[in-house]
Design a binder for this molecule. Structure first.
Ligand code: SF4
Length: 384
């Protein structure tokens, strides 16, 4: 067993590489994989490439050579998260503007499982405030084992969903009871970036010399908004890009919200939604999160929406990433790589992802529909 621990100190890493290798060797199983946004900005370091080298295409090629039947992208599900979370934000905001005093604001992001566990333990009284949207990892698993399994005519129990995460807490998240149907989890195994590197080495794949390959469709298509989930401030920036256009009906003139970016542990910015000022808070590190939560508890919070990630720099500094030994320069290089992938995308707003539109048309209906609630949302528990 691996001994690495989550930087939040909450969880120990459980090695699931053996189980994944067994699944890949089982001809009765269809094994699919999703890769989180931050992994592509750091995996190369395990193979001697300089920090900040984007290896998206080589990573897809390596996963295909390892034998995965479909190589998909968690970024697809990050776009889906924005559709659900952004709609939830606008719903609450508009109720508030209409004078509803009971509405829960600020809305808090919910895609970091270590953060979710933190507020369930330490601030259970605030458990109605975070978005109910599941994390991209879990949305992916849920859609894979329903929509995709139906399309491929594969039985749920014969579909194995593997995720590659920058994160140790994602292993715990995938094992939460609410993310399983009759004991069959939506995400079967969550490997860290380091564990993926180990398997690639074990298979004697010469990573540095792999060609760049594309993800498979339909769950491999993503936008620039989804890749920035990998760094602090990225989730809320992606949400702003979509929420602004849905709220105002206007096209955003700029997509780079520099005021939401950076490495300071606590940041705030006001974004003008065509005359409506939206106050946004961002925290990475749970000490910083605690400060914002204490303000909410006392009613002193000035924010409409807050993004919280547990790790330094967000997922680029996750506990499953190649070790950075606290070197902020390495994190900055990974962050730069994430923003460069965003810039390189033709589509940079989640609501414009054509496969997400198709998913709603064919299967989910609309954001926050009954089906979307059932498959893409969750609840939180008092674990104090
Ligand atoms: Fe995992 Fe850290 Fe990202 Fe949270 S911030 S999802 S704990 S890697």
């Amino acid at each position: 067993q691996c001994v690495a621990v989550c930087p939040t100190g909450a969880l120990t890493e459980v090695d699931q590489t053996g189980a994944v290798i067994r699944a890949l060797s089982d001809p009765s199983k269809t094994v699919i994989v999703q890769t989180a946004p931050a992994v592509r900005a750091a995996l190369g370091e395990e193979f001697g490439l300089p920090a900040g080298t984007l290896v998206t295409g080589k990573m897809a090629a390596a996963l295909r050579r390892l034998g995965f039947d479909y190589v998909f992208d968690t970024d697809f599900a990050a776009d889906l998260t924005i559709m659900e979370e952004g709609t939830e934000l606008l719903g609450r905001l508009n109720k508030f503007l209409a004078g509803d005093k009971d509405v829960k604001l600020p809305i808090l992001t919910s895609c970091c499982p270590a953060w979710v566990k933190f507020f369930e333990h330490h601030f259970p009284g605030l458990k109605d405030i975070p978005s109910t949207a599941r994390s991209p990892q879990q949305m992916f698993g849920s859609i894979a084992k329903t929509y995709f399994a139906d399309k491929m005519q594969v039985k749920r129990e014969d579909l194995v969903v593997v995720s590659i995460m920058p994160c140790v807490a994602k292993k715990y998240e995938s094992s939460r009871d609410e993310f399983a149907v009759d004991g069959n989890p939506d995400v079967d195994y969550a490997l860290t970036t380091r564990e993926l590197a180990q398997i690639i080495n074990l298979a004697n794949i010469d990573f540095k010399f792999l060609p760049d390959e594309e993800f498979d469709q339909p769950m491999g298509e993503s936008t620039g908004a989804s890749v920035i989930f990998g760094t602090t401030g990225g989730v809320i920036e992606a949400a702003v890009r979509t929420a602004y256009e849905l709220q105002t009906g206007k096209t955003l003139e700029r997509l780079d919200f520099e005021e939401l970016r950076g490495m300071e542990g606590l940041r705030k910015a006001t974004i003008d939604f065509d005359g409506l000022p939206i106050n946004i808070g961002i925290a990475h590190g749970l000490g910083n999160a605690r400060k914002l939560l204490e303000e909410i508890k006392t009613g002193a919070s000035e924010f409409h929406a807050i993004e919280i990630m547990s790790c330094p720099g967000g997922c680029i500094g996750g506990g499953g990433q190649p070790y950075h030994h606290g070197d902020v320069e390495i994190l900055r290089k990974r962050q730069k790589a994430i923003y460069s992938e965003d810039q390189s995308k033709t589509i940079r707003k989640s609501h414009e992802n054509p496969y997400i539109k198709k998913l709603y048309q064919e299967f989910l209906g609309e954001p926050l529909s009954e089906k979307a609630h059932h498959l893409l949302h969750t609840e939180y528990f008092d674990r104090s």
